[in-house]
Design a protein around this ligand. Sequence first.
Ligand code: ADP
Length: 506
Amino acid sequence: MTQAPAVDARYVGAIDQGTTSTRFMVFDHAGAEVARHQVEHEQILPQAGWVEHDPDEIWRNTGLCIREALASAGLTHADLAAVGVTNQRETTVVWNRRTGEPYTNAIVWQDTRSADIAAAADASHGDLIRHRAGLPPAAYFSGGKIAWILRNIDGVREAAGAGEAIFGTTDTWLLWWLTGGPDGGRHLTDVTNASRTMLMDLETLDWDDELLAVFGVPRAMLPEIRSSSEVYGHTCADGPFGGEVPLAGDLGDQHAALVGQACFEPGQLKNTYGTGNFLVLNTGSEIVRSSHGLLTTLGYQFGDAPAVYALEGSIAVTGSAIQWLRDQLGLIREAAETEELAASVADTGGVAFVPAFSGLFAPHWRADARGVIVGLSRFNTKAHIARAALEAICFQSKDVVDAMVVDAGLDLSILRVDGGVTANDLCMQIQADVLGVTVSRPVVTETTALGAAYAAGLAVGFWSGTDELVANWAESKQWHPQWDAAQRTAAHARWTKALTRTHDWV
Ligand code: ADP
């Protein structure tokens, strides 16, 4: 790791560029929040299956968040020792290096327009992509999105070959603008973001010529791949910070959450419960290739230290099933009501709810699945359905944990959790019951922004090492399993049976 001088500034900043909003947060040395400002951006839905963002709007919102957050706490750039960036992953921007103009809107990770490109790559080079990039070819990842832009947007292919049209995920886009944009902006990304493109070799941590050829992507348009924690450059004095601050951290959001949860030991696992769930397991220096539906990815890389790898399981619908009960069925007025409602019954009354609204993601990967509510009888009420929705969040997480047990020999004793759903105590109790392990929630649940701040602060010596970050991690609450083994086995068998009912629907 690069030695950096200790710094006097009291705080570290983090830009969290998410799918629905962008925020800027400031943390102190103890990892406590000092300031934040957040702005939502438009979800552009031009046709079924397409999801876009306006990259210029994201850059404008980033500037607004920085200025507002600093002003709200009476801070200036001089109070910041460093700034980190974390971002929605895979979302693809291609822009002109001379003018800063995007050739088209950002293609968001949820966008499925490149499904055919991914399917063709799977048919011709599926094994190569799985082995070298650690990913099953899918529209989800950036490589196919770049290929789509090269094929469909006029002039991009020629400009890309000449190095004038350049690609980046939103971390890259923001770092480029913050360091000067057309006027000498740095074009770079980190290993975690690069690991979601299908274009990077997990072993060399460099763009891979064979993978680039599969997707027809010229190397000249790609950013330089750097570690997640080092000084990449400084913010421009005429930018939103109004002065120079080292830009020193860059991680995809789920990787940042792993760091924010201080999961630095192999075998440590975090589960983020938001719209969907994301489980990331630290596998240390070992590249574990999954045979049970998980993704092999980078955990993080701090400076010159060896890269830390991870196994990831993403679940499409968890918190959004609660939104569905609220918005589509009108069973509740707000998400938090599910807790009291579900607690009013002792169990689901035989009901199982599998919210396979857009198929099933990890570890099942069934695009042909659709949601079911099964086991209904006249006796059932909305309380049973609410309870079944909470159970579904927990059982889907258990299925990913089970895959990690087989793929990586995981021996889990404690699960670290964060995200909006973890406010639901009953849901966390069910999670402990279903898994048979302790569930633990930290005081600071903004783990994504915190992880980016940690990466940036480490690079400039604001924190001396990961020991200090581990010491910062404090627990707010624990839940212990209350079910016995027989209860756990029976409940999981019922869930597994319900899962089979979703298959082969479309
Ligand atoms: P994201 O970052 O994906 O937008 P958040 O971490 O903000 O998600 O969490 C929002 C999700 O959490 C929503 O889907 C919402 O339905 C769910 N949620 C929020 N509070 C609760 C609660 N008390 N019980 C159950 N679900 C909740």
